[in-house]
Structure formats: structure tokens, C-alpha cells
Design a protein around this ligand. Sequence first.
Ligand SMILES: Cc1ncc(COP(=O)(O)O)c(C=O)c1O
Length: 441
Amino acid sequence: MTSFVPIAAHLPPAQLTAANLTAAKAPVPFVDLSWQHNPIQADILAVVEAVLAKGDYVLGQAVTEFEAAFAQACYQTTQVNDLVGDEPALDSTPYGVGVGCGTDAIALGLRACGICEGDEVILPANTFVATLIGITAAGAVPIFVDCDPQTALMDLTAAAAAITPKTRAIVPVHLYGQMVSPQGLLALAAQHNLIVLEDSAQAHLAEREGYRAGSVGLAAAFSFYPSKNLGALGDGGMLVTREEVVAQTVRSLRNYGATRKYFHTDPGGTNSRLDTLQAGVLLLKLPHLQAWNSVRNRLAAYYDSALAPLATDGLLPIKNISGQGHVYHLYVLRVTHDCPLDRTRLQLALEQQGIQTGIHYPIPCHLQPAYKSLGYRAGDFPHAEMLSQEILSLPMYPGLTTAQIDRVVETIKSVVSAAKIQTLQDSGIILDPGLDHGDLT
Ligand SMILES: Cc1ncc(COP(=O)(O)O)c(C=O)c1O
């Protein structure tokens, strides 16, 4: 396998020296995967050749190998945080079942866990719509809850309050790369006899309280969309579980409901399989995932300290309460009411300087037009709604350099200070040197 450029080369913090000045002025893309793919291009082509030679295009050997390797990885914790309770119990090998995408992993996973038509399933209002689509595709009734305004993670007290006799499952979303409290989830599930299916699409190998994402609930769904922390060269997903029967059912559901060829035992089966080609690429990348995550975490710490002076201007990063266990799929900043300019103006100003940003997500799920019939209204989930107005995702990927982060933060600082001056001029507290101030001059 071709060796990667040492990621540590991007750290520690770089100075804006003559050597990197040109790079510092270049556009900063929101995501750039070339740093990841260029060094392994020959290995990727070798994967394609191997599949061509073997002809195992669908559910081939690489799928089986990747399923086992990824499921194992989800259950290996590096114990980055102090254990609050017991270690996660694991009496058997975990199972991975490769599917077509993360959305299917949620839908098929819920059905394999026994969720039926009309069962209520709790999810946060502030997630990507795919969480909701997975739940409705399983025939369940989605029940939204609000989030914590500082971490953007599902509020477990709100989740407890939303439980009814029809509630069968909870789908916590480990949003932006940070896990919802495993201890909190397990306590809630035990108290109310609920199934936990973790939406881990943004949290490959994230850790908290001694657990890795995917090892907390009965099952977990992962996405391998290209820009994810572990990404394929197209769509892909996986259901990870420690229950053999759940794994077997998803294996059947993903393959037309067949337990063997032309023998269909599970109604509602579909065609949703992870390609052998994609699994081969994912197998190549998996050994690097932990190092990439740790670079993301260190880049986020660099952003945090560079942005700290802007806290008094109302710019607040989403809080990390998991230390090194946060895998920063996204680095998200809140542009609060105390900021002298709003999020739209800040985003536009950054774009004009060649700095791409994103919003994850601009409309909470309960206010999406397609789901109007669920009966939710504006005001139902104030924290999720407030965050949807405030959040701005800054560039984040392991190939990002500290010089690029310096450029992003310096640009934000200059835009904010220009807005401050403008505000003071508008209120007449200071004079605009460009205007004729008549008698006053
Ligand atoms: C939180 C969350 N859940 C589910 C998904 C769905 O994954 P996929 O796009 O592979 O269907 C995504 C993907 O973006 C996601 O971010």
C-alpha cells in the first residue's frame, strides 16, 4: 500500500510566512478529498483491477472483509475519556452489514430491530433529513425532540418527556462527530424498555464515556458518503449490531428479502448492497481513519483557540464535551444575536474571499415542507430552530492546514470588525471619514 503524506505535517500551528503566503491567499474549499485520494490512487486502481479479475461485483470478498473490520473497529475503544460506568459488554463478535447508503441502514436496521408500522420513534429535530426518512421508511411515526443549544446534541430530558406507551425506539444522532451521552442513552433505554439505534453517519470512531459510536445501542447506522470521515467513492452505508438475528435480517432485507438465492422469506426486502468496489476502497482507507480523526480533533482545537477572542462578539463554536473523542465531521460556529453581523452576511463575506462554508442544517426536520402532515409548527423546538438560524460550518478535513485556518479566522475577524465600525457609524457614535460631516469637521 502506498504510504500517506504524514498528517502531522499539517500541525503544529503554521505561521503566515512567505512560504505559505501564496497558499494562504488561495481559496479554501469546504471539503477537499484530493489529499486523501492522490496518495492512494494506485491502490484504488488495483482494487478495481482485482474486482475485474475476480468478477465478484456484488457482495464480493471485499464487502465481507470490510464488514468484519469496520464492525470490530466500532467496538474497540481507546478509552480517551474516563469511564463513567462499566465498559461496554461484548460477549460476541459484532456484525457489520454493508448496504447502499446510511439512510437504508437506518430504515432496514429499524425493521430488523422489530420496529413496526405505527411504532413511535424519537429523533432530534436538528438532524439531516435522512434520519427522518429512514424512520418513516421503516413505517414508524417520527417523534421529534429538541436539542441542547450549546452542543446541538439531542436533549435526553426532552426525549424522556416525549415517551408514550407507543414509543419503541430512540434514534440519537451523533451530530457533527460528537456522541450523545452513551450513559444517558442506556439509562433512558433501560428505564423505558426502548431500542436504541444510533445514527452514526457523522461519527465514525467517535468516543465518549468509554464507548465508541455504534457500540451503544442494539444497532447503529453508518454512511460512507464520500465526504464523511470514512468515505467511499460513491454512496455506501453499514448497519452495525451485536445481535446476530438483527444482522441476518438486514442481510436478507438488503438482498430482496432472500435468505438464499430465489428463496424470499422477508417481505419488504429491497436491493441495497454495498458495492464490492466501494468496500475495497473503504478497506484501504480504514487503517488511516483514527489518525485522520485525530487530525480533525487537533484542527478543531486550533480553530477554537484562534476563534476564542471572537466570543465577545457573539461567535461561539458548538461545544465539545467529549475531548479527543469528538471526531469533528463538521466544525460548526454559532453566529449569535450578539454578533454585529448576521450569518448570511458573514457567509457571503467569506465566500467573496474564496472561503467556502456550509449550513448543517438551515431548516430543522419538523419544519420541512414534505413533513407538514406530521403537524409540527415553528416554535415547537426553540433550540433547534435558533441553531438553524445561527450555525455556520467552517472548512474541516484532515488535509486542511493551520495556515488555511488562520486565513479563515483572520477573514472572520476583519469582517466582524468592519461590521462593528459600521454599526457605530450607523448609530452616530463614530463618524464615517468618507462622509461630509459639515460643521463638525
Ligand atoms: C446524520 C445523518 N444521518 C443519515 C445520513 C444518511 O446517509 P446517506 O447519505 O449515506 O444515506 C446522513 C448523511 O449525510 C447524515 O448526515
